[in-house]
Each structure stands twice: as C-alpha cells, then as structure tokens.
Ligand binder design. Structure first.
Ligand code: ZN
Length: 67
C-alpha cells in the first residue's frame, strides 16, 4: 500500500543532509516533491519515486507515524 504523503508531513530519508539532519518537511507533493530540511531550512525538489525509495519514516505534523 503506497504511503500517503501530505503537505506538512515530516519524512525521514535514508540519505543524510550535509547539515546532519535526515528529516524533511513536505512543502509540496506531486510528481516532484518540495522538501525543506528540518536542520538548516534548505529546500530541494525531489521526484516522488526517489522520495518513496528513500523514506525510512513518515510522520504527520502532529508527530504521529504514518508508516
Ligand atoms: Zn540541512
């Protein structure tokens, strides 16, 4: 069952950002996601497929796990 990514969710990825954080806030969903690093605020665009493949954990804005 595919995970339901929503704006405001926090996704933890396998790959660590250079600032040391693995957690990203989802700012936009679609074919490409816009993610904001929770550590340094850096924003990136990432294809949905790549987000799905590298997701370790998905939490909603309230911190409840979705996977
Ligand atoms: Zn960062």
């Amino acid at each position: 069952m595919p995970m339901e990514y929503e704006v405001g969710d926090i996704v933890k990825l396998k790959k660590q950002h250079p600032c040391g954080s693995q957690e990203w806030e989802i700012l936009r969903v679609g074919a490409d996601f816009r993610l904001k690093c929770m550590g340094c605020g850096h924003q990136v665009m990432m294809p949905r497929r790549q987000v799905e493949k590298s997701t370790r954990e998905l939490k909603n804005a309230a911190g409840e796990k979705k996977n």
